[in-house]
Write a protein that binds this ligand. Structure first.
Ligand SMILES: Cc1cc2nc3c(=O)[nH]c(=O)nc-3n(C[C@H](O)[C@H](O)[C@H](O)COP(=O)(O)OP(=O)(O)OC[C@H]3O[C@@H](n4cnc5c(N)ncnc54)[C@H](O)[C@@H]3O)c2cc1C
Length: 280
């Protein structure tokens, strides 16, 4: 096994400078994904830049307009237990609560989860349903983009060499959101999801004005369907459409046909649960 250098920047500017020093330099956050790849010999970084010591890089805040900003170093456990997330984005707290087990959740970060780009993850689908943006920083500056555009495929993201994820932001919600997240695994509940389904119903006053269905973990990228002025009767059709439009990746957890079936069944269930709460 080859040795590597471990750098420990204190600021984002310092970290970006270190990351911009060639291809063999990798950021490490919780290390729950990266260190497995290193141990398996699939990655042989010359230098690891430890982002865990960045000051203030795990804050979770809500601004006056209602946007929720989660700094990239926030652990999955911090997201799951944050009073801001629990009050304003309970569906994200619910999904994070279902990631792996408590030991992993204490180490793994939201930035590491998104940057890793493994499609079999819980947070990306939920965050796409919530229309989240990621903030990326590098030596050439900071840019923001929709998470849906950032996630390009399995282990593929729009990160440029030398860039890091510094935050994820969920824009203010107009009206009120009612939501449901269903995770399905083919093994123990701690496993990576075979499917992660998010259903949202947005209300203005008492009127449902939008329904969203996001399918995560089934295809290389999350699939999002939106319907304006939804009716209860239209929801099963939405789940049906998702199962037709998704391009499932067959694997040990199930065939493409099996996963389509899951999307149809779980999509209906999640939408029905959100609708029941929105329009009792
Ligand atoms: C046993 C086990 C079970 C799991 N189960 C689930 C599950 O049920 N659901 C689920 O969603 N996930 C699951 N995971 C995956 C886990 O959520 C990810 O490993 C974790 O989120 C990655 O975060 P990290 O901070 O540990 O990233 P790291 O391992 O530190 O890094 C991962 C990758 O992202 C890069 N990186 C890290 N931080 C940044 C950054 N800020 N900017 C740019 N690049 C960065 C690294 O260079 C590396 O390529 C499981 C993992 C394990 C080991």
């Amino acid at each position: 096994m080859r040795n590597f250098d471990l750098l420990e920047p204190k600021t984002v500017t310092e970290a970006c400078r270190m990351l911009d020093d060639g291809e063999d330099v990798r950021p490490v956050s919780g290390g729950t994904a990266l260190l497995i790849l290193v141990k398996q010999g699939l990655l042989r970084p010359r230098t690891l830049v430890n982002l865990k010591k960045l000051e203030g890089a795990n804050a979770i805040t809500r601004d006056e307009a209602g946007a929720v900003r989660i700094e990239a170093m926030a652990t999955i456990h911090q997201v799951e237990t944050s009073p801001v997330v629990r009050e304003h984005l309970p569906v994200l707290a619910a999904a994070c609560h279902q990631v792996a087990n408590i030991r992993i959740r204490h180490l793994a970060t939201i930035g590491g989860n998104l940057a890793h780009g493994d499609h079999q993850s819980d947070p990306p689908g939920v965050l796409v349903a919530l229309d989240a943006e990621v903030e990326l920083s590098g030596t050439r500056g900071t840019r923001a983009m929709k998470l849906a555009d950032f996630l390009l495929g399995t282990y593929e993201t729009a990160l440029e060499p030398g860039e890091m994820v510094t935050a994820v932001t969920v824009p203010p919600v107009r009206g009120r959101l009612v939501s449901d997240y269903l995770k399905f695994t083919t093994g123990s509940s701690e496993e990576r999801p075979c499917a992660g389904i998010t259903a949202l119903v947005r209300l203005e006053g008492d009127r449902p004005v939008e329904a969203r269905l996001a399918v995560g973990a089934v295809a290389a990228r999350p699939l999002l369907l939106c319907e304006t002025d939804p009716t209860e009767g239209a929801l099963p059709r939405m789940a049906e459409r998702a199962s037709e439009e998704i391009d499932p990746i067959p694997d040990l957890r199930g065939s493409a046909e099996y996963k389509r079936h899951l999307v149809r069944v779980l999509g209906r269930r999640a939408l029905a649960a959100a609708w029941k709460e929105a329009c009792p």
